[in-house]
Design a protein. Structure first.
Length: 299
């Protein structure tokens, strides 16, 4: 199978999944972060329903500690597409006393997103949430089905999942349940970048090499920001970096890079022996960090 045929097959599968979501669910939503995977999902949704508009809203669970470049890109993209964007803020959840702000060396709002997400699902009565998780990112995500059922508490039971045979996607759920849908589950990081190049998609500038004030901790490179805890002895220096993944600033590290174009990024990824999740400190809290968060209702 050629690279072009491979990408076309992945695109066709994802479009099929998008259409199944629209057909089987009453109130779907596309979870949108402004990152490369959710940008890819939006393009796939455009293709799935063209010439009509995307028939469901986008929703961003905003930690308040996002990269400014990502938020600027998000707002620009939504305005150009003319789609509805729902923004739910972790700060509101903190103010309501439902979660507590973390402090200290490894503090982050990333885990706090779960409560905000579950509250939003309940408030809007969403029955399907389309996300950009991929099987190659982390071992817990490799256990997910394409239609992954959550119970009425928003929780995931990784030991009790439906079989998915011959592209038969079962969207039947009980009252109170909802489904997480992963149209690019079978894609890799390299597939996403290849698709971005093929479709000539715009993405936030932080994915490309740029000078940035950073400091090093635990062998990882962090943005010097008011949102990122820094010890007094940690020295801020300007480095030429880029980000492989775009999450909360407090848990997303950069990599040294000269890759300034999509083609150079693709070449860099081919040579890399480290997963993009290797730059996410929240995955390193324990061996089963991601799985525990997903059991509680995380993305």
């Amino acid at each position: 199978m050629t690279a072009k045929t491979h990408i076309n097959a992945l695109e066709n599968e994802a479009i099929y999944i998008m259409r199944e979501v629209a057909a089987q669910f009453e109130r779907p939503v596309l979870l949108f972060s402004g990152g490369k995977d959710s940008i890819t999902l939006v393009r796939l949704a455009q293709k799935a329903f063209y010439p009509a508009k995307i028939p469901f809203p986008l929703m961003h669970i905003d930690t308040g500690h996002n990269f400014p470049e990502t938020i600027e890109f998000r707002d620009q993209m939504v305005a150009e597409l003319g789609v509805e964007l729902i923004i739910r803020k972790v700060q509101d959840t903190i103010d309501q006393g439902k979660v507590k702000e973390e402090f200290g060396r490894y503090s982050s709002r990333n885990m706090l997103q779960t409560t905000t997400l579950l509250d939003a699902i309940e408030a809007y009565k969403f029955d399907a949430c389309i996300g950009g998780a991929r099987r190659d990112e982390e071992k817990a995500r490799a256990k997910e089905r394409i239609f992954s059922v959550r119970d009425d508490f928003g929780q995931w039971d990784e030991k009790n999942q439906r079989p998915e045979l011959f592209d038969m996607l079962n969207g039947q759920i009980e009252h109170g349940q909802n489904v997480r849908v992963f149209p690019i589950s079978n894609w890799t990081e390299l597939d996403v970048w290849t698709y971005i190049e093929k479709e000539n998609l715009e993405i936030p500038s932080i994915y490309f090499s740029h000078p940035r004030k950073t400091f090093v901790r635990d062998g990882l490179i962090w943005s010097a920001s008011e949102f990122v805890y820094k010890d007094e002895e940690e020295i801020v220096e300007e480095r030429q970096v880029r980000f492989r993944t775009v999450g909360d600033m407090s848990c997303t590290a950069a990599v040294i890079s000269k890759a300034a174009t999509i083609r150079e990024v693709v070449a860099e990824i081919r040579e890399s022996s480290i997963s993009e999740r290797g730059a996410r400190i929240d995955d390193k809290r324990s061996e089963a960090a991601m799985e525990k968060r997903k059991q509680q209702g995380y993305f």
